[in-house]
Design a protein around this ligand. Sequence first.
Ligand SMILES: Nc1ncnc2c1ncn2[C@@H]1O[C@H](COP(=O)(O)OP(=O)(O)O)[C@@H](O)[C@H]1O
Ligand SMILES: [Mg+2]
Length: 341
Amino acid sequence: MDTIQFDQQVAVSPGQPPRLTREELANLSDADLFRHVDAVTAWLAGTFIDTPATAAVQASMDMTVRYNSATLPGSKTILAVTGANGAGKSTACHQWSARFYRAQTADLPRAGRLPQWNPHEGVRADVAPVVWINLQANAKIAELDAQILQFLRVGVSGTIRDMTLRAVRAMARHRVKALLIDDVHLLNTRYRNGSDVLDHLKHLNTELGEIGGTLILVGANLEQTALPGDPQIATRLRLLRVQPQPVETAADRTAWAQTLTAVEQAIFPVLPAAVDGVLAEQHAGLLHELTGGYLGELVTLVKHAAIQATGTRVGTITEQILHECPRSVRAVSNLFTRETR
Ligand SMILES: Nc1ncnc2c1ncn2[C@@H]1O[C@H](COP(=O)(O)OP(=O)(O)O)[C@@H](O)[C@H]1O
Ligand SMILES: [Mg+2]
């Protein structure tokens, strides 16, 4: 991914399919039903669902990025968004990035495809408030720098030291405010050169700090990686946990119902026969059993169920539909509690 692709990606919002009544859904011709299912599928697949948990993570990200951008130059708080696989970390961070990017670039002039600013009198440069990197497995310093340079569409060549310098300069020139590195658990910190990679992250954070930027690390179970073990990182690190939701206590169950309410409200437009509480009241227990409380599993299951409810003209989510929907291997094998990384 690079700045141009990112800019395009954050601009598209999926078109909502026509809102049908129960009767209209029941009476569609087969050909019209086919087209409707297609439109419903496209819309659901591209729709982010805000829940209390995603809102909390995004509010913390907003606050830290804002605070970091206003404090004195120097090393800033590093955010680490951590939690189990499939908890919804990447999706929540991606959504935050899209919103932040749009807010930061809304009033800027555009030349060609990208928003621009004047770093110096008479000089123009693209503005890239967010750099988003999906880390490659076992990435080392050079790969990390190369990915930053590629995202900012700057040539990749030269020695490691050269590349770092260019990555840092490019981030200043393109007014980067947030450097997000996803799948940080893939960083090669365990072998030889491992501590170099941690030192490099510290260096990037210090340099970003000079321009008011924030380093945001996203990854599975980061508490168990070398990150918090590094004293310099630990003092600056702020962990945001995105975890599966339990239903042990009454308070847990209330929170679970709030999540389900958020999900059902989001998909109501395509379920003409659904009533309030269809998920939060009718299927709360079953949905927890089927998804282990993982937001990613939940959203994916419910979206599939909504597509099924449309294709079968039922127009709401029933127990039978939930049982028939495809689920992840983890869900089917009930591996929820055994995951370590
Ligand atoms: N809030 C959400 N809205 C819509 N889809 C979501 C949401 N959270 C997770 N998902 C879906 O669940 C899947 C797993 O989520 P992901 O963010 O990749 O998990 P993680 O990064 O924690 O492993 C993704 O494919 C995504 O489409
Ligand atoms: Mg992820």
